[in-house]
Design a protein around this ligand. Structure first.
Ligand code: NAP
Length: 310
């Protein structure tokens, strides 16, 4: 029987592991299929406190893991949790494929993944002119036209960032009004390199003979008119999906699937002994540092819960 199992290895998961390991709880961490989480898909992180020179996302995650393991965290790789059940004695069983794990507490830090349009061939095009990370891939597309899909803060931020490299940035949005905050929207729309394409849905990704994106097929949602925009890369910025499907019916999720922390300001859920932290429960801040802080809260909540049980 484990004291605490932490599901997920982004900033939230490793921060929780560091705290719980230092409290001598010998946490077990299940990594899932993307050890290190979303930061492993970024390049330089310049806003994580303590790194004035910046730090590469994958390096930061390795350092967090090293720190967690130094204090006795154990890690199982490639274990995808598929469900959690509460046993009659108040402990939990985590199902993961053919394996199962018994634990007194669970910290869920499964993060979120970028939303995609669901068009044919989309998955195969990732890395071939389709990405959700301007920070990671923007510099590969110098002096060529690119498109950003979406109308939120992410889309505006990515579009503005991409003007450093691209010759032109089409900001393709399904409505005629941005959802982004005023300041981000104003900044994007004032940039002469950004051309908004309003009321427009992407209907198709079109590729060249090497299988790289060469254009998007688009349709005007008001007029129905179809056309093509030539771009070398499409940056999809239409939001994120929390990795919480396996928790449906077990803890409370909001309408978008984000795990609900309750009472607010804690990492607790409606199930005593189960805690949530990081991007799987945060659709507002979604920062490395906020996820790490949230992981700390979850670990302290778990520690207190265990102390109360004894
Ligand atoms: P978001 O605010 O949910 O915006 C998603 C955008 O994608 C919306 O414009 C939405 O269109 C569009 N969209 C969603 N599904 C679509 C689909 N199937 N087809 C076409 N378009 C679709 O997501 P976000 O921009 O990633 O921001 C998430 C949160 O992080 C927000 O709270 C945001 O403020 C915050 N954030 C903050 C910063 C910052 O302050 N620096 C930077 C990035 C993000 P509709 O508008 O029509 O719904």
């Amino acid at each position: 029987m484990e004291n605490v199992i932490i599901i997920g290895t982004g900033c939230a998961g490793w921060a929780a592991a560091i705290y719980n390991a230092r409290a001598d709880l010998k946490p077990l961490v299940l990594t899932g299929d993307q050890p290190g989480g979303q930061l492993t898909t970024t390049t330089e992180v310049e806003n994580f406190p303590g790194f004035p020179e910046g730090v590469m996302g994958p390096d930061l995650m390795l350092k967090m893991q090293e720190q967690a393991q130094k204090f006795g965290t154990r890690v199982e790789y490639g274990v995808e949790a598929t469900g959690i059940t509460k046993e009659a004695d108040g402990t939990f069983t985590i199902a993961a494929g053919s394996k199962s794990y018994q634990t007194k507490t669970v910290i869920i830090a499964t993060g979120a993944r970028p939303r995609h349009l669901g068009l044919p061939g989309e998955k195969e095009l990732i890395g071939h002119g389709l990405t959700s990370c301007a920070t990671c891939d923007g510099a590969f597309y110098r002096d060529v036209p690119v498109a950003v899909l979406g109308g939120g803060d992410s889309a505006c931020e990515e579009a503005s960032f991409l003007t450093k490299f691209a010759s032109k940035v089409y900001l393709v949005h399904r409505r005629d009004e941005l959802r982004a905050s005023q300041i981000m929207a104003d900044r994007a729309l004032a940039n002469p390199k950004i051309e908004p394409v309003w009321d427009t849905a992407v209907t198709e990704y079109r590729t060249d003979d090497k299988g790289e994106v060469r254009a998007i097929g688009v349709k005007n949602n008001k007029t129905g008119e179809e056309s093509e925009i030539e771009v070398k890369c499409v940056f999809v910025a239409i939001g994120h999906i929390p990795n919480t499907k396996f928790l449906e019916g077990f803890i409370d999720l909001d309408e978008d699937g984000y795990a609900i922390q309750s009472p607010a300001g804690t990492a607790q859920t409606k199930v005593p002994g189960v805690f949530v932290c990081g991007d799987c429960s945060d659709h507002v801040y979604r920062q490395a540092i906020t996820a790490a802080g949230d992981g700390c809260r979850a670990s302290l909540d778990a520690e207190r819960y265990l102390a109360e049980q004894e």
